[in-house]
Design a protein around this ligand. Structure first.
Ligand SMILES: C[S@@+](CC[C@H](N)C(=O)[O-])C[C@H]1O[C@@H](n2cnc3c(N)ncnc32)[C@H](O)[C@@H]1O
Length: 452
């Protein structure tokens, strides 16, 4: 096919789809063009900035006719910050788009035709919903920058506020920046691997108002930390200040060791009536309002009778296991992070739950091991990280012959890949339910029910 666009020339384009990073997609004489900032329904004037064999990139120069779903984002950093991608789309339409993303992935990657995907479960108020924030710290042109990475780069957009994070973060950002400046504390330079403060991590208990601040450092201690703690203590609900030691030359944010320099090593929060102690290192769903809806769907899909032995693979700090414990005979959770398993065991005790057991280890090793030892499950819950399940985890789960599998996924493409395997092994796809855990971003959580 002859390429119908020329670099540095302007074109009119109708955007009719959205890419995986939230970019608009349209066609010029059948040739695909990606346009950052475009949304389906827009008619745009664009400048072609890059041309490849099968597609091109266009820069949005002018909105000729806006899509009926286009809104003006309220965040003043939105254009520069890479944290949110679709804040310029009306929330109802965001939910439609997420449903379509799930459907497209199931069809394209999973090869699953004619699947029915339910309407995305959204939020009544899709702002200030995150209970966890991770801010990189860097020396910028005009001083210390603390904020979020800008789109596709390691430059930091220095921010004072964020519309999807808890309001307490605004105070933390100011306090940490003032502390660094006042006491001349060095900040990390990822190129030469020198400097102390790398990231600031915060966690909030939405129902308890507990608040944790964790400073990630390239070193063993933080000079003058008592002055930082003194300021942080002014924040309502502060329960914990942690130093996390990360001296590795890596993009991974957290190191393995933590030191508590004020309060407890964890904060507490509730999902439904289950109380959780959450430490700096353990995974906890970031949107507690939607987590309750998600876990309630797990219960709804599984239709527990009280007689089931359940296997919860990739269990984190046992949040699904403990949430469902009262509906089942027993639940066994497996998770790679040892501290999360310690949290899970402590949380089981905290809630006086006796039918939940946990084991730390890689699912791809533990699941075949316990199967060899004779373990089987009536219902399996899978909630893997973005990369999805290892092949041998899928195979061993199939060998266990559970009558139901509930798969919770934060990446529709790996979900689709893994579902294909389960369907080939004879499972049927009963329900596909997207849940919006991450408003204003392109990410979507999906919960799926497979039956025999
Ligand atoms: C999406 S989280 C789900 C956690 C939990 N189910 C929840 O709802 O909070 C995925 C979890 O899988 C864990 N994980 C990652 N790779 C793993 C592996 N190979 N084996 C076991 N767990 C793993 C992560 O540490 C994380 O806690």
């Amino acid at each position: 096919m002859e390429i119908p666009v020329i670099k540095n020339e302007n074109y009119k384009i109708i955007i009719d789809d959205l890419g995986s990073r939230g970019e608009g997609i349209g066609k010029i004489e059948g040739f695909t063009v990606f346009v950052e900032g475009g949304i389906p329904g827009d008619i745009l004037n664009i400048l072609i900035v890059k041309v490849k064999k099968n597609y091109a990139y266009g820069k949005l120069m002018e909105i000729i006719t806006p899509s009926k779903n286009r809104i003006t984002p309220t965040c003043k950093y939105y254009k520069r910050c890479g944290g949110c991608q679709i804040q310029h789309i009306d929330y109802k339409e965001q939910l439609n788009i997420k449903r379509k993303i799930v459907l497209d992935n199931l069809e394209r990657i999973g090869g699953i035709k004619g699947v029915s995907v339910s309407e995305t479960i959204g939020m009544d108020y899709p702002y200030y919903y995150r209970n966890k924030a991770q801010f990189p710290v860097k020396k910028g042109k005009n001083g210390i920058d603390i904020g979020f990475y800008s789109l596709r780069s390691h430059d930091i957009v220095d921010i004072e506020c964020c519309e999807i994070q808890h309001k307490n973060n605004e105070k933390v950002l100011k306090i940490v920046k003032d502390f660094i400046n006042k006491y001349n504390i060095s900040v990390y330079d990822e190129v030469c691997h020198k400097g102390l403060i790398r990231h600031v991590l915060t966690k909030t208990g939405f129902t308890t108002n507990d608040f944790m601040v964790c400073i990630i450092i390239n070193g063993k201690s933080l000079p003058k930390s008592e002055f930082l703690v003194k300021e942080l203590k002014k924040i309502d609900g502060l329960k914990s200040v942690i130093l996390n030691i990360n001296t590795e030359k890596t993009n991974v944010i957290l190191g393995e060791r933590c030191k508590t320099i004020y309060g407890n090593p964890y904060i507490t929060d509730y999902i439904g009536d289950i109380k959780f102690e959450i430490s700096a290192l353990s995974f906890f769903q970031v949107n507690p309002v939607q987590t309750y809806k998600l876990y309630s769907k797990v219960v709804e899909f599984a239709e527990f009778t009280g007689n089931e032995n359940v296997l919860d693979i990739y269990c984190g700090l046992g949040s699904i296991s403990l949430f469902i414990a009262k509906y089942v005979k027993s639940v066994f959770g497996v998770e790679i992070v040892e501290q999360a398993i310690e949290d899970a065991k402590r949380n089981a005790k905290l809630n006086n739950i006796q039918n939940a057991k946990f084991k730390a280890g890689k699912a791809e090793e533990v699941i075949p091991e316990i199967y060899e030892e004779g373990f089987t499950a009536d219902i399996v819950i899978l909630d893997p990280p973005r990369k999805g399940c290892e092949k041998n985890v899928i195979q061993t789960v199939v060998n266990m012959k559970p009558k139901k599998i509930v798969y919770v996924s934060c990446d529709p493409s790996t979900l689709a890949r893994d579902l294909k395997d389960f369907l080939q092994c004879g499972y049927r796809l009963e329900n596909v339910q997207p849940v919006d855990m991450f408003p204003s971003t392109v990410h979507v959580e999906t919960i799926v029910l497979l039956t025999t």
